[in-house]
Design a protein around this ligand. Structure first.
Ligand SMILES: [Cu+2]
Length: 447
C-alpha cells in the first residue's frame, strides 16, 4: 500500500492538470466565421473555417443568396501575403436554385492569407470578394513545459524511493527536496490551469483604440456590365494608409446604407473587399438625386464607426419610389402580407414597441429566418438625416451559416425616438431566404 499511494497521487495530479489547456487553445486559434457580402450582382453568404498550424485544410462554404443565372463558376484562390504562394479550387454549379458549394484547399504555411472568392455566370459577369484571414502556428501553452518537467521529476523521485528503500541519508534528503519542489510546482501550475481567473494576465494585444477611419465614396461605372457602382476607400485617420484591420460585425465587414433626402429610396448593402482599404458594390437602377450614403465598419480593438457622405447618383429615367407608408401599414411583398404597427403612439423619449406580423394567403407564416445574425433589423432616420439609428429585433442573436428559422410570424423592436418629428423607418426581415424591406413612417408626438 505504501508503494502504491505515491503513484496514485501522481496519476491524480496528471488527471487534474491534463485536459484544460487543450480546449482553451482551440477556442483562441481557428474556428468558423460567417459573413455576408455582395460580389458583383450576387449576395453571398460565406463561411470560412480557419485551421491552426500548417499544412492544414482550409474549408470555405459559399452560398449565393439568390438563384443562379445559368451555369456558374465559383472559384476560391488563397494567396499568402509574404511568399505569394497560392492554392485554388474551382467548382461549376449547375443552373437552378441556390445551393451551397464547399471548397477544401490545403494551405502550406501559417501567416496572413487573402481568400479571393469569385462568382461568374454568363449573364451577370464576374463578382469578386476578398477576405483576409490569419493562420496562427500551433504553439505550446507557456505552462505546459514546466508542468511536464515537474511531473517527470516527481515520478522519478517516487520511482527511486520505491525501488531503493535502503538509500543513504543524503539520497533521502535529495529525494525529499525534489519531491517537495516538484509537487509544489505541479500543484501551483495545476491550479492555474484549472482556475483561469487566477492567471496573471499580461496584456499582449494593443488595447488602445485605433484612430477613426476616413471613408471616401466614389461613384464609378462598370462599362462592360453597364452597372453603376460605388467604390469605398477606407484610410486611417492618422497615417492616411489604407485600413485593413476591419473586423466582422453583424456578419459583414462593411454595411452600407443609401437613403435619398426624402427617404423614399433605401438600400442596405454589403460591399465586397477588393483589396486593403478598398471596397466595391454594384448599385441597382435608382432615381437621380443626392443620396446620403452611410458606411458602418468596426476596426480591431475599436468600436463601430458610421461615416456619412452625400453622393450624386442615379439615372434620369428611373422613377422615384413612393413615400413610406404611415402606421399602421399593411404591405404586400410577393406572396406575403406584412402588418407593421406600434402598440402605443410614439412619444419623444419613451420606448415604443413596433411589430411586424407576417401572413401568407390569410394564414400566419410558420417561421421567420435569421438575417445578419438577428431575426430583424430596423433602421430609422429623421427628416434632416441627423438621427440615424440601427436597431435589432428583440430576441437572441444567431450567426450560424445555415438558415436558422424560428417558429412564429412576428418580430418586435423597441426604440425611444429622441425628437418629435416624422421618422422614416425601414424594417428588414427574411422569410424563406428572401429579404423583405418594409418602408414605413412614424410620427413621434411631443410629451
Ligand atoms: Cu448590413
Amino acid at each position: 500500500m505504501q508503494r502504491v499511494t505515491p503513484w496514485l497521487m501522481v496519476l491524480f495530479i496528471i488527471a487534474v492538470c491534463w485536459p484544460l489547456h487543450v480546449s482553451a487553445h482551440g477556442i483562441i486559434a481557428g474556428g468558423a466565421r460567417v459573413l455576408d457580402v455582395q460580389a458583383g450582382s450576387y449576395p453571398l453568404r460565406i463561411e470560412v473555417t480557419v485551421p491552426t498550424g500548417a499544412p492544414a485544410l482550409l474549408t470555405a462554404k459559399v452560398w449565393p443568396q439568390r438563384d443562379l443565372a445559368g451555369a456558374t463558376q465559383l472559384s476560391l484562390t488563397a494567396t499568402h501575403q509574404d511568399s505569394q504562394a497560392t492554392v485554388s479550387q474551382q467548382i461549376i454549379v449547375p443552373a437552378g436554385p441556390r445551393m451551397i458549394s464547399v471548397f477544401d484547399v490545403t494551405v502550406p504555411q501559417t501567416g496572413v492569407w487573402e481568400l479571393r472568392i469569385q462568382i461568374q455566370d454568363a449573364a451577370h459577369g464576374i463578382g469578386v470578394a476578398t477576405v483576409p484571414i490569419t493562420i496562427y502556428p500551433n504553439t505550446i501553452p507557456p505552462l505546459t513545459i514546466p508542468m511536464f518537467v515537474a511531473v517527470a521529476i516527481l515520478a522519478l523521485v517516487l520511482f527511486s524511493t520505491t525501488i531503493w528503500p535502503e538509500a543513504r541519508p543524503w539520497v533521502r534528503v535529495v529525494q525529499a527536496h525534489s519531491f517537495t519542489a516538484s509537487l509544489s510546482i505541479t500543484v501551483v501550475i495545476g491550479v492555474l490551469m484549472v482556475w483561469p481567473n487566477l492567471r496573471v494576465d499580461i496584456p499582449t494585444i494593443d488595447t488602445t483604440s485605433r484612430p477613426y477611419a476616413v471613408t471616401q465614396i466614389i461613384p464609378t461605372h462598370d462599362d462592360q456590365r453597364n452597372i453603376d457602382q460605388l467604390q469605398i476607400l477606407v484610410n486611417d485617420g492618422s497615417t492616411g494608409l489604407p485600413v485593413d484591420d476591419i473586423m466582422l460585425h453583424h456578419q459583414a465587414l462593411m454595411h452600407l446604407v443609401l437613403i435619398d433626402p426624402a427617404s423614399h429610396t433605401f438600400l442596405h448593402l454589403h460591399p465586397a473587399r477588393v483589396k486593403p482599404g478598398q471596397y466595391l458594390i454594384d448599385l441597382p437602377v435608382i432615381a437621380q438625386g443626392t443620396y446620403d450614403v452611410a458606411v458602418e465598419i468596426e476596426r480591431a480593438n475599436s468600436g463601430s464607426q458610421v461615416t456619412h457622405q452625400q453622393v450624386a447618383l442615379g439615372v434620369a429615367t428611373a422613377q422615384a419610389l413612393p413615400a413610406p407608408s404611415p402606421l399602421p401599414a399593411t404591405i404586400q411583398s410577393g406572396a406575403y402580407t406584412i402588418t407593421v404597427q406600434t402598440t402605443t403612439p410614439a412619444q419623444v423619449g419613451l420606448p415604443v414597441e413596433l411589430s411586424a406580423v407576417v401572413t401568407r394567403a390569410g394564414q400566419p407564416v410558420s417561421a421567420l429566418d435569421y438575417w445578419l445574425g438577428m431575426r430583424g433589423h430596423m433602421l430609422v432616420r429623421n427628416p434632416n438625416g441627423a438621427i440615424f439609428g440601427h436597431i435589432h429585433a428583440v430576441g437572441a442573436m444567431n450567426d450560424a451559416f445555415e438558415p436558422v428559422s424560428v417558429a412564429g410570424n412576428h418580430v418586435t423592436f423597441v426604440y425611444a425616438f429622441p425628437t418629435a418629428e416624422t421618422y422614416a423607418v425601414w424594417v428588414q426581415i427574411m422569410i424563406d431566404g428572401t429579404l423583405i424591406t418594409l418602408p414605413v413612417q412614424i410620427t413621434v408626438l411631443p410629451l
